[in-house]
Design a protein around this ligand. Structure first.
Ligand SMILES: *[C@@H]1O[C@H](CO)[C@@H](O)[C@H](O)[C@H]1NC(C)=O
Ligand SMILES: *[C@@H]1O[C@H](CO)[C@@H](O)[C@H](O)[C@H]1NC(C)=O
Ligand SMILES: *[C@@H]1O[C@H](CO)[C@@H](O)[C@H](O)[C@H]1NC(C)=O
Ligand SMILES: *[C@@H]1O[C@H](CO)[C@@H](O)[C@H](O)[C@H]1NC(C)=O
Ligand SMILES: *[C@@H]1O[C@H](CO)[C@@H](O)[C@H](O)[C@H]1NC(C)=O
Length: 826
């Protein structure tokens, strides 16, 4: 089915392309110009050149966009700073071979300004998105008089070069738009710095903001590992004529682009055929340590420790007072000056982002040993490393070492730092002492330590809470060992999110969750998103935030809500999901069917086929969590309001803030932190804190019965007895009056045997003893086939009234998230 659909999309695309090749032109010549309203389409149908007005702007610009994408993502603009005031623009090729953009009074608004001339000039829009100007009589296909790829705007396409032509002095760099309405170059730029070993910088004006770093043979040093992307091929060229970076797509049917946003973040997008939209697939400048030279000279930055800046071994803060206050920019200085030729050695740092190479020297063929000797023999050499991460070449630093970052999840490179010999001896003695002593110390005081920390955290938290101060302890290492997973999740820029949600305006608010508000947003281009903004003023929610990002980033299923990205910036912790236009299941099932307040409410009533479709979807989503995903996940807070519905009423399980991951051999856990929602919690979980897949099955059963009866389990009332919904269903079952449970509005559209089968399955799921409950694969089987079902036994929480109630709080036992988690075994 999927394959068939893809084939259909492909053939559709091919036929579109065919049409466009026969109707659209891809060239202009001195005798054939292009006016506003006309466009050129590249031969393969990928790109289109024409006039446009971005966003709210009234000005007309000449630009290139993807011809298949209705959102009109602009990849290049000619007259960035000189818009035309009306639609009278015309693009011409002069007889000498120069592209000119004229307005109606023949005044030139932009020119390609090429200095070479041609006898037979032709301008062509290539299928790579490159607008070229060439001599039609020229036989070399790569010989251009001018090309738009030499003058990037904010977008970096495959086969474009980022870097320098050293012969002509041409510097190809990207610069951001001023705003989405104004393509004029703004202060942010991305380019190649040629000092020392060339490296990529993100600049704001003349100030370096972040450093992509130098090329280590396989990738840029800002990344801990080579890119996993098998769809792209990266290349870095460094010779006497050129220094540049470029990337290519291995599959010509795919589309990918890098973009520098108006707020200075580099993002990569890829085109997804299925959804016909661009998907953010990576973003650079992910954490605080990416801020260039944040920690000053001779220090390293590690997001995993607090404070994030630390002097290199053998170095001390230059201005200790400032340093301790968190003003790190002065950096560190040597404890003992270098002895130079009379005795220095090298201290090895492993797994780091190499320092700024702007004052470096390199040799491609030298070995590491020769490199060591060379550095030792020059007093101003401060460090060395392999030029190529595969173990070849020599890279030497002269002067201060700036912008070193420690990769916390492994990766990175080895760096050898010059230290005076006696100081190095002292450092080495200290670390061997530590190594020997450590196990004994650990055994002796591990328990004591854990309890002390827990106690301190507890007391601190209470104190802070009493003062109304946000607890920092919970959040400081939230990226922790899971950073790698965080990196898998695309990062959104705060300004983008704020803009999409009208600055989190109350009119965009969709609802209020346990840890913050949810807003509706619209990204540039019209894509709708749901934005969960965790409340700033509570340390609570950090664990849930981290949990959700890590889990959901790894999960992919059509019945799970999709996380599009997150944003951790300026104290904000924000999750961005796909937007679900139909809200959540509770919105549809808990309405009083006998007295609608309006017709609209009546329309909300779901018919049986839709209900059955929803039940099946939830079951499959849960089966995936329990069994089919790479991780074994217990959701722990499954309820009607956590089942979101998309346009076609497909259910999507959401809210993984409380979910727990299990090893594949583990099937149940225990917690002293019972969190969840009454009415959906199984007895063994609510009372003893034991959770397992079977506790999720219980919650699923409750949802099933709620859909059938359109009544909430919690708060259910009946004139004849004090039982809850489960008890009521059970009573009707043993009296053989099952049909009375089914809401009357379902009858019109229902297949009664299907409904009764669902009721039966629901009762099996809510049985009191976990072992009696079916697992999700059996549930899916029972729902989709005619196999004989075993009779259900008595449900758990027969009557809700025996449970301690605390109606004002949704999560009654979760009093102190942070401190409990420290003690809790994982
Ligand atoms: C054409 O551009 C020139 C120079 O920018 C300007 O003075 C003139 O008014 C423009 N003509 C029209 C019709 O916009
Ligand atoms: C064209 O090039 C000349 C010299 O190379 C330069 O002075 C002029 O500003 C350029 N004009 C445009 C519109 O780029
Ligand atoms: C270019 O080629 C055309 C024929 O293909 C010829 O008529 C013309 O003279 C040539 N122009 C130049 C400048 O060589
Ligand atoms: C190239 O990408 C298209 C679209 O995603 C896909 O249908 C096709 O199978 C891919 N071809 C190869 C050789 O991977
Ligand atoms: C040390 O290296 C620097 C930078 O390459 C160079 O200018 C200087 O001449 C070298 N000094 C010696 C003694 O080789």
């Amino acid at each position: 089915m999927q394959a068939l659909r893809r084939l259909f999309v492909c053939s559709l695309l091919i036929s579109c392309i065919r049409i466009s090749t026969t109707t659209a032109l891809d060239t202009i010549t001195p005798s054939r110009s292009m006016r506003d309203g006309e466009t050129l389409v590249s031969a393969g149908g990928s790109f289109e050149l024409g006039f446009f007005s971005p966003g709210a702007s009234k000005g007309r610009y000449l630009g290139i966009w993807y011809s298949f994408d209705t959102d009109t993502v602009i990849v290049w603009v000619a007259n960035r700073e000189t818009p035309l005031g009306d639609s009278s623009g015309v693009l011409k090729v002069t007889e000498q071979g120069v592209l000119v953009l004229l307005n109606s009074s023949n005044s030139m608004k932009w020119t390609s300004n090429s200095s070479r001339t041609a006898g037979n000039p032709v301008s062509q829009l290539m299928d790579s998105g490159n607008l070229v100007l060439k001599d039609g009589n020229e036989t070399n296909p790569d010989s251009f008089l001018w090309q738009s790829f030499d003058y990037p705007c904010d977008t970096f396409l495959p086969e474009m070069k980022l870097g320098w032509d050293l012969v002509t002095g041409l510097d190809r760099y990207a610069s951001s738009w001023k705003s989405t309405d104004d393509p004029a170059p703004a202060e942010f730029s991305v380019g190649m710095d040629r000092r020392g070993l060339p490296q990529v910088f993100i600049m704001k004006g003349a100030k370096i903001m972040a450093r992509g770093g130098s090329w280590n043979g396989l990738y840029f040093t800002a990344y801990p590992y080579p890119p996993q992307n098998t769809a792209l091929e990266y290349e870095f060229v460094l010779n006497k004529d050129e220094v540049y970076y470029e990337y290519r797509l291995l599959n010509t049917s795919m589309f990918s682009r890098y973009m520098l946003t108006p707020s200075g973040i580099v993002q990569r997008f890829r085109w997804v055929y299925q959804t016909h939209s661009w998907e953010l697939s990576s973003a650079f400048q992910a954490d605080q340590c990416e801020n260039y030279a944040l920690c000053g000279a001779y220090s390293s930055c590690s997001i995993n420790v607090s404070p994030i800046c630390a002097c290199l071994k053998g170095f001390v803060p230059k201005s200790p007072k400032d340093w301790n206050l968190g003003y790190w920019s002065d950096g560190c200085v040597r404890k003992i000056p270098l002895a130079c030729s009379s005795g220095d050695r090298f201290l090895t740092y492993t797994g780091v982002k190499l320092p700024d190479t702007s004052s470096s020297w390199f040799d491609k063929s030298m070995s590491l040993k020769e490199c060591n000797g060379l550095c030792l023999n020059n007093c101003s050499c401060t460090a060395y490393a392999n030029l190529d991460i595969r173990g070849t070449g020599c890279l030497l630093w002269f002067g201060s070492l700036i912008d070193i970052k420690e990769f916390t999840a492994g990766g990175g490179q080895d760096l050898y730092i010059r230290i005076e010999a006696s100081e190095l001896d002292r450092i080495e003695r200290k670390s061997t002492f530590k190594k020997k002593k450590l196990p004994r110390i650990l055994i002796g005081s591990a328990v004591f330590l854990v309890f002390t920390i827990a106690l301190i955290l507890y007391i601190r938290k209470r104190k802070l809470r009493n003062q109304g101060v946000r607890s920092i302890d919970c959040t400081k290492d939230y990226l922790g060992e899971d950073r790698e997973d965080m990196e898998l999740t695309p990062l959104f820029d705060l300004s983008t999110v704020a803009k999409a949600t009208n600055d989190f305006s109350s009119s965009n608010k969709l609802g209020e969750g346990g840890f913050g508000n949810v807003y509706k947003g619209t990204l540039i281009g019209g894509k709708e998103i749901a934005v969960k903004r965790l409340s700033k003023n509570s340390g609570q929610g950090m664990i849930e935030f981290k949990n959700e990002v890590i889990l959901i980033a790894r999960l992919q299923h059509r019945n799970l809500v999709k996380l599009l990205g997150c944003c951790v910036q300026e104290e904000e912790k924000i999750l961005i999901y796909e937007f679900m236009p139909n809200k959540s299941l509770d919105f549809f099932i808990f309405i009083n069917s006998l007295k609608f307040s309006s017709d609209q409410e009546g329309q909300r009533l779901l018919d049986w086929p839709t209900c059955f479709h929803i039940i099946g979807g939830i079951a499959r989503g849960l089966l995936y969590l329990h069994q089919d995903s790479r991780l074994r996940i217990i959701h722990r807070d499954l309820k009607a309001s956590n089942i979101l519905l998309d346009n076609s009423m497909n259910p999507k399980i959401s809210d993984f803030g409380l979910a727990k991951t299990f090893g594949s051999d583990q099937s149940r856990g225990n917690t002293n932190r019972v969190v969840g929602t009454f009415g959906y919690m199984s007895p063994e979980y609510a009372v003893d804190g034991i959770f397992s897949m079977k506790s999720d099955v219980f919650s699923f059963g409750v949802i099933l019965l709620e859909i059938l009866s359109r009544k909430k389990n919690r708060g259910f009332s009946h004139p004849d007895h004090h039982l809850n919904l489960l008890g009521h269903a059970w009573t009707l079952w043993i009296q053989d009056k099952q049909r009375e449970l089914i809401d009357t509005t379902l009858y019109d559209s229902c297949n009664i045997s299907e409904v009764l089968r669902c009721l039966h399955v629901g009762l099996l799921c809510v049985q009191r003893i976990p072992e009696d409950r079916p697992n999700m694969s059996y549930v899916v089987l029972m729902l989709s086939s005619d196999i004989t079902l075993p009779p259900p036994k008595q449900p758990g929480f027969y009557t809700e009234r025996s449970v301690p109630e605390s109606p004002s709080r949704k999560r009654p036992f979760s009093v102190n998230y942070c401190s409990t988690t420290v003690i809790e075994a994982r």
